[in-house]
Design a binder for this molecule. Structure first.
Ligand code: GDP
Length: 517
């Protein structure tokens, strides 16, 4: 492509950034003395959008007019990019240093420039050109799903022309899906290509989930359509991650972004899908991940009732998660750590009575994600008369056996002391019942135990206590610390399993459609 022609098409102002590689720029500068760095600054991935007219002086009576003319100049220059690339592709003949054949880098730079100039339509034109060149000369031009995703994102953000926006995003999305299918069917022998393309493809779909759902959220587009596309992007992300496990090394922040947007769209199951993908791809979650997970899953907490017997329990909701442990075991601290709150309403609103099941309703206003979180005081922990203790034990046993909505019981045990008499009593109840719910032992305050040996002995003695009391060998033991935030990942893994209803993405779509028609 003739870069000089390209430059001459651009009305040069004092500062003009053009998206070309520094190599090409340097070659040009040495060959052509009329182009100096002060007139044209070449920077990789910089933007044509900064070809802005110099600020017109207020006192200048012709200021507005000059501004207009110059702005039009910039618009023309932006359009010229497409023409020049078209001409360069059409010219099948000789290419030289100054008449370079566009490669991936040139295309990507041009596309990114046009995106920054807020011209997704033109970026799409260049993308089409790039795609046909890619078919003709695959060695020169590789597919780049992230560029495709960037165009879709830009098109979706463009609030102006709805029809253009939709046709662009649909067309590019179709290309991406095709590429993804092709990649999934590619022979595994082509390892290099897979290692290069899979992460990019996964990243592209990750971006798209956020873009589509953000568009839904901002009311920028046809809601159900974009929702569907977002979900489809998620399915494709799952597909690609499953196919190639470790190769999909997307950075954690991309996942976080997807979690944030899915959470905002109240698609908690899809948030869990992303967590699964992260596990498959062995991506370490960070603080932000947990913040977004917690914000998605626990938006609102409210005390509803204190139950003292089976007939005072509230009507069951779909899911119930119980935390049991004697006072001071670190229950409030743990719940706050898991929910990423300093002090959940449940702490301040917690009624003084310890001898009742305290019911908290989470996400009251969202039928799809609401659940009960139940705070159970420890069995026989309070110094109360024997007959009250017996009533209590009876209630607990009935509850564990007959509460159908109970999905998960976290039994908190102070890591410093291991299972005490009362803990063993509860284990024995659990062992006798072996309910349909998940039973998880949570050792708290593990930061207080420095020595690995001591830690191991607490784990061993807890395991032995479980066994002696008839519990299954696979009851998980999770080590936690509200102080160091140890165990967040494990806690969420169990919560995720409990909170994830049978329905998945398709189900969520149906619900969403119902609510929007
Ligand atoms: P609850 O009565 O079971 O709700 O227990 P709290 O959460 O109120 O905790 C009781 C005490 O243990 C408080 O002084 C907490 O600061 C402390 N604590 C709770 N969790 C931890 C932990 O993981 N590490 C340490 N070092 N202290 C903790």
């Amino acid at each position: 492509m003739n870069i000089l022609a390209f430059l001459s098409a651009i009305p040069l102002h004092r500062s003009c950034h053009v998206g070309f590689s520094p190599n090409i720029a340097n070659r040009l500068i040495t060959r052509n003395t009329t182009l100096s760095k002060t007139r044209v600054r070449f920077m990789p991935f910089t933007t044509i959008s900064s070809i802005s007219p110099p600020q017109a002086k207020k006192e200048d009576s012709q200021g507005e007019l000059i501004k207009l003319i110059k702005a039009k100049g910039a618009q023309k220059a932006v359009r010229r990019i497409v023409t020049i690339l078209e001409e360069a592709e059409a010219r099948d003949g000789e290419y030289s240093d100054t008449n370079v054949r566009p490669d991936s880098f040139v295309y990507n730079s041009a596309i990114r420039s046009l995106i920054r100039a807020e011209r997704p339509d033109l970026a799409h034109d260049v993308f089409r050109l790039r795609r046909s060149a890619q078919i003709k000369r695959p060695d020169d031009i590789q597919s780049d799903p992230t560029i495709a995703a960037a165009i879709i994102r830009s098109a979706l953000r463009d609030a102006k022309k709805r029809s253009v926006r939709l046709s662009i995003s649909d067309e590019v999305f179709k290309d991406l899906k095709e590429d993804c299918d092709a990649l999934c069917n590619a022979p595994l022998s082509d390892k290099d290509a897979l290692v290069r393309d899979v992460p990019r493809m996964a990243l592209a779909f990750c971006t798209l989930i956020s873009s589509f759902l953000d568009a839904v959220h901002k009311g920028n587009s046809v809601k159900v359509g974009d929702m569907e596309r977002g979900m489809l992007a998620l399915t494709y992300l799952q597909k690609i991650s499953k196919e190639f496990e470790k190769t999909a090394a997307i950075e954690v922040r991309e996942y976080n972004e997807a979690i944030r947007t899915l959470g905002k769209a109240r698609l908690i199951n899809s948030v869990f899908d992303i967590l699964d993908i992260m596990s498959v791809c062995k991506v370490e979650k960070n603080n932000v991940t947990f913040e977004f997970i917690a914000n998605s899953a626990v938006r609102q907490v409210q005390f509803v009732t204190g139950a003292v017997s089976m007939d005072t329990l509230p009507e069951p909701l779909g899911v119930e998660v119980a935390f049991v442990g004697r006072s001071n075991v670190g229950k409030s601290s743990l719940v706050n750590m898991v929910c990423n709150r300093k002090a959940l309403a449940y702490v301040s609103g917690r009624p003084g009575k310890t001898q009742q099941f305290n019911y908290f309703l989470v996400n009251e206003n969202d039928p799809k994600s609401k659940f009960f979180f139940v705070d159970l005081p420890g069995v026989g922990y309070a110094k109360v008369p024997r007959h009250i203790q017996e009533d209590w034990l009876h209630f607990m046993s009935q509850y564990l056996q007959y509460r159908v909505s109970l999905r998960l019981v976290f039994h908190l045990v102070d890591g410093r002391h291991g299972a005490l008499k009362d803990d063993r009593e509860l284990m024995s109840q659990m062992g006798a019942i072996r309910g349909a719910f998940d039973y998880v032992i949570v050792l708290t305050k593990m930061d207080k135990i420095a020595k690995q040996k001591v830690k191991q002995s607490v784990i061993d003695s807890t395991r032995a206590a479980l066994r002696r009391n008839g519990c299954a060998d696979d009851v998980p033991i999770v080590l936690t610390s509200a102080q160091s935030k140890l165990g967040r990942d494990d806690m969420w893994r169990h919560l995720q399993a409990a909170l994830r209803p049978m329905s998945h993405t398709k189900e969520a779509m149906k619900e969403f459609k119902k609510g929007n028609t």
